[in-house]
Design a binder for this molecule. Structure first.
Ligand SMILES: *Cc1c(COP(=O)(O)O)cnc(C)c1O
Length: 385
């Protein structure tokens, strides 16, 4: 079905950047720059500068960023790693796949790790915490880092949904031993397939991850230092991401503008909880615009009927997927969130007119009418991008 308001629009996104992207790819192909060339190094340098760290290492997925971070931190069999269940499955799979035990803790009202729940879950076997910054909002990183330091634990950031998000002026991916990023096409900085990176200030970690992605090899000496994997960020992907990262700040502004329009249009509906939590210390990038309501499933059907595409991250608690072999950690809030959240259309291409359609449909739903009077957002000012 074609939607009046699609969740994202990859074709429109490509059309906007077509000449720049085509040029970058054609240069790679014409010059034979396919694996581990200058375009990759350039992108890594720009990513590191953007996040505010010394090093970035390009990988073929966000999942590998997580797995290699754990390996570089020496996490393995017999260790416990604390994280949340309200996250993409890759966060937990990386822990399981290095042979460690995931310990899943509760999230707070902003969908991110509850720092107290983290501290309570620490045992003698705990080696690390993976702090996820979900939906484009930095989690309680300052408190989590302080607790981790007190207990001598390693902090790994799953910042896959938070590139550019800030807490006290510091960017996600600059707090932990590593930050883990994903360039999956629908992330704020998306490639044309899978991609990822770690960011770090630790030269040894950067060196080890550079080897792990290249089957354990030191490219200068040809020595194999470990059994690694084949997990480089493709050079052509890096060239495209290099083009896109120059637009990133503008896209963040645009998303923040769209979020403000949703907020203005949806405020006052008492059944809805909007994602605007304490903005005094944080700068959110709204990777997802998540609203919460007990009538989630009915609202979602109503929106589909009116041509509005939405997504639910995630409809079923992770431990209910039997194949994952996770014990039910008894997280009531996480379970409730799975029943109540819905993500509204949000991308660099989302327009003011689309927001008006979405707001109109949602207001119509709560007023019990199909399509109420045409809603107009009043806010003056231009949307960036
Ligand atoms: C996207 C994402 C990842 C990594 O995903 P890949 O598809 O492996 O790049 C990890 N954690 C979270 C929270 C994500 O949203």
């Amino acid at each position: 079905m074609t939607y009046r308001v699609p969740f994202v629009d990859p074709r429109a996104h490509y059309r906007r950047l077509k000449s720049e992207i085509d040029g970058a790819i054609i240069d790679c192909l014409s010059d034979g720059d396919l694996i581990d060339r200058q375009q990759l190094r350039d992108f890594e340098a720009r990513l590191a500068a953007f996040v505010g760290v010394e090093y970035a290492v390009g990988l073929n997925s966000g999942y590998h960023a997580l797995q290699f971070s754990l390996q570089a931190a020496g996490v393995g069999v017999g260790d416990e790693v604390i994280t949340v269940a309200h996250t993409f499955v890759a966060t937990v799979s990386a822990i399981v796949n290095v042979g460690a035990q995931p310990v899943l803790v509760e999230v707070g009202g902003d969908y991110n790790m509850d720092a107290e729940a983290f501290e309570v879950a620490i045992t003698a076997r705990t080696k690390a915490v993976i702090a996820v910054s979900l939906n484009g909002r930095v989690c309680q990183m300052d408190r989590i880092v302080a607790i981790a330091e007190k207990h001598n634990l390693i902090v790994i950031e799953d910042s896959a949904q938070a590139l550019g998000a800030e807490l006290h002026g510091r960017k996600a991916g600059s707090f932990g031993l590593t930050g883990c990023f994903s360039f999956y096409p629908f992330k704020i900085l998306g490639g044309f397939g899978d991609g990822g990176a770690i960011t770090t200030n630790d030269a040894d970690v950067a060196c080890m991850v550079r080897r792990l992605r290249y089957n354990g090899e030191d490219r200068e000496t040809s020595e194999y230092h470990y059994h690694g994997q084949t997990a480089l960020l493709d050079n052509a992907q890096a060239a495209v991401l290099n083009v896109k990262i120059s637009h990133l700040s503008q896209w963040i502004e645009h998303r923040r503008g769209i979020a403000a329009l949703y907020q203005e249009g949806l405020q006052g509906i008492s059944e809805l909880r909007l994602p605007h939590f304490d903005q005094s210390t944080r700068r959110d990038i709204f990777q997802n615009y998540v609203i919460r309501t007990e009538a989630r499933d009915r609202l979602r059907e109503h929106l589909i009927r009116h041509g509005v595409e939405t997504l639910v991250h995630w409809p079923k608690p992770m431990w209910e997927h039997e194949g994952l072999g996770l014990q039910n950690p008894g997280l009531a809030e996480t379970e409730k969130i799975c029943r109540e959240v819905i993500s509204l259309p949000m991308s660099a291409e989302t327009t003011r007119e689309q927001v008006e359609i979405v707001v109109d449909c949602i207001r119509g739903f709560y007023q019990g009418v199909n399509a109420s009077t045409r809603y107009r957002v009043a806010a003056a000012g231009q949307l960036a991008g």
